[in-house]
Design a protein around this ligand. Structure first.
Ligand code: PMP
Length: 367
């Protein structure tokens, strides 16, 4: 069969399954912008604190690009770091209470790098069944034995730790990206300590917690692309572990380092986050979450609809009201659990939240 025929068949299969996806142009700064000729408010971004549009963050990116140029030009092991990489890593390590930190081009690359580095034929990785795709791909790349545990189920983790041979790793998101629920982090730390297992935590969405107490056997993966409004990923851990990543992680070694502008933007954002202003932004985000989903632990709020077509119809109805709320469907979530995924931000004002709540009521997703 000619390749173009194979491609056509694949596209036909995606369409036939009702899973066709395409990108749309969104001309925006912060949560508002123009999509398809219409002014909309977005509840789709991970800009939880609105820092991607913060003047100090934008100024830092502009100044870094002027000082060091647009790109980082090669891997840091080849061409060297710019001061912005090193300054950011020092601040990230201090923020996380770890000896050291290292930045990657994305959070995705950070997960691949960590898991491929610690994994191997003699390693068993225990992975929560709802972990992010970058963790799943990192597990595959690591050539380890993979055991999926039932979502957040400590008994299942205990059982698997007791029966797995060789070195063991437990890996979990701390906030799950499709449900916005949280992992039992302290309990997992205690379990791993008892069994001599390494714990890898992906804190990509952990802006409202859960808090993590750093320890030498806990590897903390994070992203610069969500709460910090820039682009990149990082790992905070002990100095020896970070040294090992720099020497072994192929997703660090064989790719161009993140740009100076992104490093400077993330650093400026981190400084805002750790200031009084950051405390107010987190407080504002908590208040917004409380209005939409009282008691919910994160800014990701799912409204499960069920069937794909219904979720897409609900998203279309909200869009007609000027509200961008993505429909999430298989294969990202399990069949029958298609949903609208609302991502809240400190940048949403009260009027925007009013409109969201009215819209959700209008499509039958709120009383
Ligand atoms: N981990 C989780 C839980 C995520 O949701 C994401 C991004 N969606 C990533 C890692 C990857 O981070 P990045 O976007 O910085 O590559």
């Amino acid at each position: 069969m000619p390749w173009h025929q194979w491609v056509d068949d694949q596209l036909a299969a995606i369409r036939a399954a009702g899973q066709w996806r395409h990108t749309r142009s969104f001309d925006a700064l912060g949560p508002t912008g123009v999509l398809g000729g219409r002014e909309v408010v977005s509840f789709a971004s991970n800009d939880y604190l609105g820092l991607s549009a913060h003047p100090a963050v934008i100024d830092a990116a502009v100044a870094a690009a002027s000082r060091w140029g647009a790109g980082s030009t090669a891997s840091r092991l080849i061409v060297g770091s710019r001061p912005a990489h090193e300054e950011l890593e020092a601040d990230l390590a201090e923020w996380r209470g770890c000896e050291a930190a290292v930045v990657f081009s994305t959070g995705y690359a950070a997960n691949l790098g960590v898991l491929a580095t610690v994994g191997g034929n003699d390693v068993t990785i225990l992975s929560d069944e709802l972990n992010h795709a970058s963790i799943i791909d990192g597990c595959r790349l690591s050539r380890s034995r993979i055991r999926r545990f039932r979502h957040g189920d400590l008994d299942h983790v205990t059982e698997l730790l007791a029966t797995a041979a060789g070195r063991r790793v437990v890996v979990t998101d701390t906030v799950f990206s499709m449900d916005g629920d949280v992992a039992p982090v302290a309990e997992l730390q205690a379990l791993c300590a008892r069994h001599g297992a390494l714990l890898v935590l992906d804190e990509a969405h952990a802006v409202l917690g859960p808090d993590v107490e750093s320890s030498p056997e806990t590897i903390r993966v994070g992203t610069l692309s969500k709460s910090l409004g820039a682009l990149g990923g990082f790992v905070a851990a002990s100095q020896p572990f970070v040294d090992l990543l720099v020497n072994r992680a192929r997703s660090y070694i064989f790719t161009t380092a993140p740009s100076p502008a992104d490093m400077a933007a993330a650093l400026a954002a981190l400084r805002v986050l750790r200031s009084e202003e950051g405390g107010s932004l987190v407080g504002r985000l908590r208040a917004v979450v409380q209005r939409v989903a009282p008691g919910h632990p994160s800014p990701i709020v799912p409204f499960v609809v069920g069937e794909e077509a219904e979720a897409v119809a609900a998203a279309d109805a909200l869009l007609a009201r000027g509200l961008l709320v993505p429909a999430i469907r298989p294969p990202t979530v399990a069949p029958g659990s298609s949903r609208l995924r609302v991502a809240l931000s400190a940048a949403h004002d009260d009027a925007m939240i009013d409109r969201l709540l009215e819209g959700l009521s209008a499509v039958g997703l709120r009383p």
